[in-house]
Design a protein around this ligand. Structure first.
Ligand code: PMT
Length: 406
């Protein structure tokens, strides 16, 4: 099942101006086909009426421990039993204090106290309230309980001040939510991923490049992060925003990508090269824009360094090196050749001629090839494909561990 589809999310909203953003989040969750139940505190309802959430979630909203429970069905216990995760957004200083004290004096706090499901808390408040030692102590306590508490964003607040206290972005909350459901088999593993194309300058206005959008590499970075890895993403020029929670380094040319990767590769246990690195660069890029004189233009190209092959020759005994192969024919032969020649542990072969695989599209169809043989992966979203790649990497990591201890 992809993303949040089918996940039963219990959304607890407390009284902050950011409650209107929780209404937007409800919409995002429903768009992803999550099943949303909403609990509003009394203060939340002053900011956004229950009807708004009911209309967006497509179900009635829970507000009151007793009014919601006319038949004595114990709503405060059952609501979390029927959910996969509890998301509290926005969580005000008051709600955070209530939860840290283990109180059960409204429906939301009673539900949290009775919950045996993962809890994700997204604070939003004035920055002085957030930075107050009482709130900081309460947040520490919530983390000790095993709840995941996101750091609020920094910026202009509704009160007119600038500082910490903004509700985190939906993208960040979504990632944190997904990580609650992901395996933690990459926890503590340092991973370096490259993504996107490189650009090789012809003159200040023009360049040579390719059709890579970065979607595959970014999907690998997001999914690795959810599975607990510490991720460095080296990205060529792409239109995608930095995924939250990781180190993102933007580069332009193959030379820049090589320098950036080589400076970090020795510290990484797993390296995945999903980038479509330009094989050639213009020997001497023109300093000024080339004029349209004459009948044509001759460009002298030189071969770029093969970053992956170089990583293969430097590979440490504990490192796992994964390459990609963008192929339009003889996929398996070409993949096998690259696996051997570049000293890889795994190669991901994608068919770049398939209408739904390879460059730019949101899906991919790949074959995974290692020393033990090949495995065909069906057409999946790039995120699901990325998860299959991490499954294969985890198998390699554990067999490497077994070999060492055996
Ligand atoms: O970015 P998307 O739009 O989502 O598209 C994804 C993708 C098709 C770009 C991606 O899945 C993919 O196949 N990436 C590798 C593209 C490529 O350069 O393939 P290749 O067969 O030419 O190179 C083989 C491997 O060597 C790759 O891992 C590549 O990163 C690496 N390489 C190649 C040349 C070079 N100079 N240095 C390298 O490190």
């Amino acid at each position: 099942m992809a993303g949040l589809q089918g996940k039963r999310i219990l959304l607890g909203v407390s009284g902050s101006i950011a409650a209107y953003k929780a209404a937007e989040w409800t919409r995002e969750l429903v768009k992803e086909e999550a099943l949303v139940q909403v609990i509003l505190t009394e203060a939340a309802e002053r900011f956004v009426p229950a009807l708004t959430f009911a209309a967006l979630a497509g179900t009635s909203v829970h507000r009151d421990m007793f009014a919601d429970d006319p038949e004595g069905m114990m709503a405060h216990i059952n609501l979390s039993r029927e959910a996969d995760a509890l998301l509290i957004a926005p969580a005000t200083a008051q709600t955070i204090a209530r939860l840290a004290a283990g109180m059960a004096d409204n429906l939301l706090s009673a539900v949290v106290l009775a919950a045996r499901i993962p809890v994700l808390i997204c604070p939003a408040m004035n920055s002085a309230m957030f930075n107050h030692p009482a709130t900081q102590d309460n947040i520490r306590r919530l983390r000790q309980f095993g709840y995941r508490v996101l750091q609020p964003g920094c910026g202009g607040l509704a009160c007119g001040e600038v500082g910490d206290g903004r509700l985190p972005d939906w993208d960040e909350a979504r990632e944190a939510l997904l990580s609650l459901f992901a395996p933690t088999d990459l926890r503590g593993i340092k991973v370096l991923i490259t993504a996107g194309p490189t650009r090789e300058a012809i003159d200040p206005a023009r360049y040579l490049s390719n059709r890579s959008s970065g979607k595959m590499g970014f999907a690998l970075a997001r999914t690795a992060m959810r599975r607990g890895a510490s991720v460095t993403l080296v990205a060529g020029p792409v239109a995608l925003a930095d995924p939250p929670g990781m180190e993102v380094l933007r580069v332009e040319s193959a030379k820049e990508m090589a320098e950036c990767v080589f400076a970090r590769s020795a510290q990484c246990r797993v390296i995945v090269k999903a980038a479509a690195v330009a094989d050639f660069a213009v020997e001497a890029a023109a300093e000024h824009k080339i004029k349209k004189t004459g009948t044509g233009l001759q460009l002298d190209l030189v071969k770029n360094i093969d970053i992956l092959a170089e990583l293969g020759s430097r590979k440490g005994p504990r490192q796992i090196l994964v390459g990609f192969a963008a192929e339009s024919r003889e996929h398996l032969q070409e993949g096998t050749r690259k696996l051997q020649e570049k000293n890889l542990d795994l190669i991901v072969i994608n068919d770049i001629l398939g209408a739904h695989s390879g460059f730019d599209v949101d899906t991919n169809q790949v074959t995974l090839l290692d020393q033990n043989g090949s495995q065909e992966i069906p057409l999946l979203s790039k995120e699901d494909t990325a998860d299959r790649i991490w499954d294969a990497v985890c198998a390699l990591l554990s067999s490497a561990g077994e070999k060492r201890s055996g």
